[in-house]
Design a protein around this ligand. Structure first.
Ligand code: GLN
Length: 491
């Protein structure tokens, strides 16, 4: 049962071969028996109540395609009735009085919340080791990181603890954990998924998206997730007419004539040989499907790391100022005066990486350094976006390459080396800085195995609003390969 896709589960629910309560119970039992530390909060009673009302809706004949299907939410989307911690001690006991738009939309579609999943604190990280509630173990190899920051979301799908999960991507946090865990994830164009109720990290980069087993499932989830939200000031209105976009509409289009840009900067020094081999084999598969490969250049790729690690901390330092011991969450128990209360609260509540980002962000926004760092980074951000537009203008329809330079690394091996974590983001940051959609699909395994295999992901990057095209490309690949159907041993 747990190996089935959303599409398959939906058919079983609609034909009443399984009830939503049975399905939710099955997944909750699996979650409780698991040892990946993927889930932070479960509430069987609430989950089963939601499932019972989904069953009633199916019985009444007014169910949608996702009604009754269980979903896990990244613990950065606020949820009424469940704790929302953002992976931080600061919010260890926080309960939101309202649902994030994404949670609300899936709730209205009849999806059943299985629980909240682990993440790097405030989504800052690439390995899920920055969570105040402990690292997540990669289901393929318990010695490996699951990737981050959406490590819980990706691990939950890989271990088949949920058929669907929400995630967020600021600089790669949907694509990279999806790659490390051998599952499928898509980060839409910036602005397509509402940020309302998604706890802010870097507002000009943060974007929600789904992780699931297949591209087709991601399309079904995007159908509910995407849409204008007046409560998000950067929400986009791009619906065709007034009808919401159907992301499944292009899934079955053949790929003949597709021009795939292969950036030379994504295949240079630093790319592990096992990752390159799996990615190149995937590119060859696309050639067999009728696509052509075009050499392109994205010359500013290397600048994406310094640019992102100025802009993201700058925005984070501002966003996180709201956690002051007065309005939300933790407050130090003993203090002399107001300043002392702020200082102690923030020193106790925030982990080391979050404190580091706040300090870097505050520094680059200081009078005197602002022009040299922040303004300069904004200018380079534009040049990075221009690189992509030059490629899409006349050379290629989509861009493909690796998601990360290596397969998942060992737990603990980079935990005390922030720069090593930052460098591993080299292939995902530019897409985020440009606001473009990007996805990751499983395309093989690398050699870095200890207890198990470590998956490799292929990144597919499209121009603005090209989500349906990316999903079509991924779906066609998944029709002729079975990497997405593989599950870790014992699952
Ligand atoms: N690894 C990047 C960071 O640490 C990206 C995280 C994300 O996309 N949320 O900021």
């Amino acid at each position: 049962m747990h190996k089935k896709t959303i599409k398959e589960l939906s058919a079983l629910l609609q034909s009443k071969q399984v009830s939503s309560v049975e399905l939710a119970t099955h997944y909750l039992d699996r979650i409780e028996a698991s040892s990946h530390n993927a889930f932070l909060h479960l509430d069987r009673q609430q989950t089963l109540a939601q499932a019972a009302s989904a069953d009633a809706r199916i019985a009444a004949g007014n169910a949608g395609p996702l009604t009754g299907v269980p979903i896990a939410h990244k613990d950065i989307f606020v949820t009424r009735g469940w704790r929302t911690t953002a992976g931080s001690k600061m919010l260890a006991n926080y309960e939101s009085p309202f649902d994030a738009t994404v949670v609300d939309r899936f709730g209205k579609a009849g999806m059943v919340t299985l629980g909240k999943v682990n993440l790097d604190e405030f989504a800052m990280g690439s390995a899920n080791e920055n969570s105040a509630f402990g690292a997540v173990k990669n289901p393929w190899d318990p010695l490996a990181v699951p990737g981050g920051s959406s490590g819980g979301s990706a691990a939950a799908i890989a271990a088949r603890l949920a058929p669907a999960a929400t995630a967020t991507d600021t600089g790669g946090s949907i694509r990279q954990p999806a790659a490390f865990c051998g599952v499928t994830g898509i980060k839409p164009t910036y602005g397509r998924v509402s940020r309302f109720g998604m706890i802010a990290f870097a507002s000009s980069l943060d974007q929600g998206g789904p992780i699931a087993q297949t591209a087709e499932d991601c399309a079904l989830l995007l159908n509910e997730m995407v849409g204008f939200d007046e409560r998000d000031s950067t929400s986009l209105t791009v619906e065709q007419g007034n009808a919401p976009e159907d992301f499944t509409r292009n899934l079955n289009q053949p790929l003949a004539g597709l021009r795939i840009g292969v950036p030379k900067e994504y295949f240079g020094e630093g790319l592990a040989q096992d990752v390159e081999a799996a990615v190149r084999a995937a590119l060859e598969q696309f050639v067999k499907l009728g696509a052509t490969l075009v050499d392109i250049s994205l010359p500013k790729t290397a600048l994406s790391i310094p640019t992102y690690y100025i802009i993201a901390p700058a925005e984070a330092s501002s966003n996180l100022s709201r956690f002051d011991g007065v309005r939300y969450g933790h407050r130090a128990s003993e203090y002399k005066d107001l300043q002392d209360m702020y200082r102690k609260t923030r020193a106790e509540g925030f982990g080391r990486e979050v404190q580091r980002r706040i300090m870097v962000g505050t520094y680059v926004l200081c009078h005197g350094y602002y022009d040299a760092y922040y303004v300069q980074a904004q200018k380079i951000r534009r040049l990075i976006a221009d690189d992509f537009q030059a490629a899409f203008a006349d050379k290629c329809d989509v861009i493909m390459g690796p998601v990360a330079p290596t397969v998942a690394w060992d737990l603990g091996s980079k935990a005390n080396d922030p720069v090593a974590n930052y460098l591993a983001d080299i292939f995902t940051l530019s897409t985020s800085l440009a606001g473009l959609p990007g996805m990751s699909i499983p395309v093989g395994f690398g050699a870095g195995e200890k207890n198990g295999k470590r998956p490799v992901g292929l990144q597919i990057i499209g121009n603005y609003f090209a989500e349906a095209k990316l999903l079509n490309i991924a779906h066609q690949y998944q029709q002729v390969t079975d990497w997405h159907q593989r599950a870790p041993e014992g699952v």
